[in-house]
Each structure stands twice: as structure tokens, then as C-alpha cells.
Design a protein around this ligand. Sequence first.
Ligand SMILES: *Cc1c(COP(=O)(O)O)cnc(C)c1O
Length: 424
Amino acid sequence: MTAQRPQKFATRAVHAGIAPNPLTGAIAPDISVAANYACRFGDIGFSAEGTDESKVTYAYAREGHPNGRQLEAKLAALEGGEDAVVFASGIGAISGLMLHLLDPGDHAVISDISYAGAAEFVRGILRRKGVKVTLADMSDASDVERAITPRTRLVYAETPCNPVLKLVDIAAVARIAHAAGARLAIDSTFASPAVTRPLALGADFVVHSLTKFIGGHADALGGAVIGAQADMRALRNEIGTHLGATISPFNAWLILRGIETLPIRMEAYARSAKTVAGFLERHPLVSWVRYPDLPSHPQFLLAQRQMANGSGMICFALEDNSALGAVLEKELSIFKYAASLGNSRSLILYCDTADLQRTTFQLPDRLLQRYRKLAGDGFFRLSVGLEDADDLSADLAAALDAVQSRPARRAAKEGRRTRKEKRP
Ligand SMILES: *Cc1c(COP(=O)(O)O)cnc(C)c1O
């Protein structure tokens, strides 16, 4: 048995959950694609106690497999949780946790603004199954208190929240939830454990889309819930076994590999994002920029307290967003116009307030007004990748220059037309 000393985050990112193969000595993890595992008579079933691999027995891969288990051990080590359960996608993790915690007649307080799939799951399936849901502005403790009832079982929030980068004071909301006997789950996809540790701040569950920063290469879907041993055991037995949203061994393996560079990637994303956000803030056409590590962020002080850096997401808007939208395809050579986030390649996406309200958020007037204060009619969301920050700023500068010269070009064209029309 080798000596166990406490390890720092970067070391855990590389080593947690992974040991050389005891048969071959292979240091990099093998992929175990087996659907079923040889068992002993009278002892057929997956069982996992804690993260001690020697106590795990496998039976059928839907219930658990070695690569999934390695990923769970690594994620638990990084979030400072006792255990984790991984799923086929982030939405698999979110819906699994909610179906596990909430029964008909229970009440949940959910972030007014959350990832589209989560918002739509809550509004659709969860409500249809008889769970009462109240939306609250999680950035405002009094709004959360107002929403809580004696039947509240779950408070669910994202921080920073997708897409508008509003932050939630995890410690404050945890106190409110716990005082009412409810559990707090935080979707920390936009931060990753390199930036924020929700469990240390009082959350009961951390949820991730592993597809984003954690996997980091946009080549594998995955999701996870991290929390206390007893909770994870119950979640695994009930949901892991019966909903079947099992991550594939190959995706678990890819994500394990991605996590090894998570600490250095998150530093690189944040450094570049701060440079790009600063460039945008100085640009005369840009009317506002939101980035957690800029003093102009309305919750800058909370970000300083709760986030190790600003992470890799930026929002910004122009007076006329459609003018930028019209030139993106022609002018951008690095940024791709695409959904999703958190990988090597920089992405840009327009978030139209009216569209999101109609298709996803369906907020009551009071909360829609709050959202409009942050989002206006719409804004561009950037996911900053691993390219050079100066190249990224130059890419955006080219598109903004094209917007700037557009009115002039249009005026010139109109001028020509006017002259033409005036010709006899
Ligand atoms: C993408 C995303 C999800 C959903 O994850 P999938 O892996 O796409 O299912 C959940 N929460 C947030 C904040 C996300 O960005």
C-alpha cells in the first residue's frame, strides 16, 4: 500500500480514480467495453461502496462499469464530495436527480433562468407528474425566501447561469434552503470544480454537464451528480439502474482524459476571456459586456469570493445586434456560430430574449422584467477557447469593423442610388 498524502487539485485531476492496471501494469486507463461481467454464484449485482475500487463488483454495464466508476471517483475527488454518479448527459443527471428527489405534491424552487433543457424538463415533465414548481431569481436571497414553502424539497440553481452569467451566492441560498428543510443542488457547469466548489459552500448536490468544460473537447456527452455517500447510493440504485441513462465506457474514458488538463485549461480560458472581455468593453460599438471577473459585473464582489477566476464565458451586446449577426459568417474566421461551450474552439451564439421567453423560459412578467434588465432584447454569448487571445480579439474586431463601416457603405450605396434616380 503506497503512502497517502493530501493532494492538491491539479494532482487529483491527473491521478484520482486511476491506478495502473493490476494485470498488465498499463498506466493509462484501459477501456472496458463489456456489457456483462463474470460473477460468483449467489452474488450477481453491481455494488460500489465509496470510491474504493477493490470493493466494487460489476455485473451488468447499465448499472455501472469500470470507466464510469473511475470517472465518478475522479469527480468526487475534484468537487470534494464523498461520491458521484455519472450519466449519459448533463440533462440525464439533472432529470435523474429531480426524479429521485421529488414526488407528486412536493415543491421545488427552480432558478428563473436555467439551461434550456433543464427549464423545459421542469416546466413540462416535472409539473405534469404533479411536482409544484416556483421560479425564483436566485441572485436575490429575498426572492428565494419568498418562493420557499413548507413542502419545498429542492432548491435548484445554476451559477454562473446560462446564458446571462447571473451569479448565485451559494452559501446564502444553502442557509435559506436548509432552514426550510430543503436540499440545494447547484449546476456548476459554467464554473467547473477548478473555479467553484459548491459542496464546500453548503450545497448538497453539484450537477455537471461533463460535455462542456470538464470533458473539454466537445467530443463526448456526459453528466454527473456529486454529493454525500448515502445520497449517491440512493440515486444510483433508483435512477442509475432504472432510467438507463448510463454513460458509455468510451465517453467516460474520453472525459477522464479531458479532466487531466482541466486545471490548466480553466486558467487559460479565464486569462483569454478576461483579455477578450476587456477588448469588447473598450470597443465603441459595444454597449455592454458581462464577465464575472470584470468590475462592471453587477456581482463582481460575489465572483471574487466564490470563483477562483472568471471562467470562459462572456456576454455582450451592441446597440444593433442584428448588424453584427449579419456579418458574422463572412467576417469571423476563428469563432464558430454554435451552441454548447467549454472546449478548445471559441464559439459565439446569439441569445434572443423574445425567442428564449417563448420557447424556454416562459417567465412571469415580474421575472421577465428582471431578465430584461440583464439581457435587453438579446446579446451574444461567447465561449472562449484555447486559441491565442489576441487572435480572438482580432477576429471580433474584424466583425465589429464590418458593422462600423456598414452604415457608411449603405449610405454610399443609397447616395449612388439617389444620384441615379435623379438622373433624367
Ligand atoms: C449543456 C448544459 C446542460 C446539459 O448538458 P448536456 O450534457 O448537453 O445534456 C446543463 N446545464 C448547463 C448549464 C449546460 O450548459
